[in-house]
Structure formats: structure tokens, C-alpha cells
Design a protein around this ligand. Structure first.
Ligand SMILES: CC(C)(COP(=O)(O)OP(=O)(O)OC[C@H]1O[C@@H](n2cnc3c(N)ncnc32)[C@H](O)[C@@H]1OP(=O)(O)O)[C@@H](O)C(=O)NCCC(=O)NCCS
Length: 165
């Protein structure tokens, strides 16, 4: 399957909105945002950032021809927990395309984009302790557990960008 990976551009905003809302509808337990609330918004937060060419975030996508089948979003220094850390959020692969290595390839591509961006030495992410599949994926991509947060219940993972996997 000829899957390719690239950052989304402003003209990809409608496709981003569609897959992001799909992720919230199909996997409500793993994301903080609420599908019904978000679907009423004329623009999602990162849809707006995409359109406005925000320089403090980007979205990487897995593409099958012109179909967006997976996303992963980066926010520059979004988190105070670790100095100089960017954040990985909104990881999602459409269910028909899972278990084919696309999620792992997407995260690896994401890490390379953060390296190329050059502003962050570490990447952190938060995942529900029960989301075993995602935790395995992140582990394979070189992320390690930083701490377990009690409220809300989240496992915080980090990866130094110069770590070998
Ligand atoms: C988590 C998710 C992104 C994985 O995407 P994917 O394309 O299926 O992942 P990959 O095929 O690259 O799998 C990478 C590794 O993750 C683990 N994994 C992923 N899906 C798995 C499954 N169904 N069963 C067991 N292990 C799984 C495995 O270790 C796998 O490596 P392997 O295939 O060599 O065993 C996808 O399941 C998804 O979108 N889930 C819903 C949204 C979500 O949970 N996002 C994370 C929020 S923090």
C-alpha cells in the first residue's frame, strides 16, 4: 500500500477537520475533547491554526493517495513539565488502516519533523493508562514513561529527540 507522510498545509484543513472529528466520534475515551461540542464549532482549534499558518504547531498526516488516513499533531513548548519540550497530541489512524505499521511510521516521521524544526530537545505526550495499544506504539517509537499523573489519570511519556530508538 503506497502510504506517504507529509505535513498538512492550509488547503488540507477540511480533511483535517473530517478525520479529527472522526477520531473524537469513534474513540471518545482516548481524547479529552468532546465530539458533540467540537462538531458544533465552525473551526476546530488546529483547523484554525492550520489555515492561519501558525508557526507554533504542525500536523503530520499519513496519506493514501489523496486520502488522509492518519494524523498526529505537534505543539511547540506547549507544556511546562519539561523545559524545551514540544508536545505530541491527537494521534489517530483510521480503523481500516490499523495494524499495518502506519501509526509507528507516522510517529517516526513526526519525530523527524521535530528534529528538523530544531526548537525542541524533547517531546512529551499524555496517554490514558488503559490505552495499552498506544502505549506500545509510543514505546516502539522510543518514548519512555516520565511519570504517572493521578488527576486526571494520565501516563506522561517523553522522548529526547537525539535518543536512538
Ligand atoms: C494507537 C493507534 C494510533 C495505532 O495505530 P496503528 O497504525 O494500528 O499502529 P501500528 O500498526 O504502527 O502499530 C505499532 C505498534 O503498536 C502496537 N499495536 C497497535 N495496534 C495494536 C493492536 N491492535 N494489538 C496489539 N498491538 C498493537 C504494536 O506494538 C504495534 O507493533 P507491531 O505491529 O509490530 O506489533 C491506533 O490504534 C488508533 O488510532 N487508536 C485510536 C486513537 C488512539 O488511541 N490514539 C492515541 C491517543 S494517546
Amino acid at each position: 500500500m503506497p502510504v506517504s507522510y507529509r505535513q498538512l498545509q492550509s488547503f488540507d484543513a477540511p480533511k483535517y477537520r473530517e478525520i479529527r472529528l472522526q477520531s473524537l466520534r469513534e474513540n471518545p475515551d482516548v481524547f479529552e475533547a468532546d465530539y458533540y461540542f467540537e462538531s458544533q464549532q465552525p473551526q476546530l482549534t488546529f483547523e484554525k491554526r492550520l489555515i492561519e499558518k501558525d508557526t507554533d504547531s504542525f500536523i503530520v498526516g499519513a496519506w493514501l493517495h489523496d486520502q488522509l488516513i492518519g494524523i498526529c499533531t505537534f505543539v511547540n513548548k506547549n507544556n511546562e513539565a519539561i523545559h524545551g519540550a514540544g508536545t505530541l497530541i491527537q494521534m489517530f489512524v483510521k480503523s481500516a488502516f490499523r495494524r499495518q505499521g502506519i501509526g509507528l511510521a507516522l510517529v517516526n516521521y513526526f519525530v523527524q519533523q521535530v528534529i528538523d524544526d530544531g526548537r525542541n530537545q524533547q517531546i512529551i505526550l499524555a496517554v490514558s493508562p488503559d490505552n495499552y495499544l498506544a502505549k506500545q506504539l509510543y514505546h516502539k517509537a522510543g518514548f519512555r514513561l516520565l511519570r504517572q499523573q493521578a488527576v486526571p489519570r494520565l501516563d506522561i511519556f517523553y522522548r529526547k529527540i537525539d535518543d536512538k530508538q
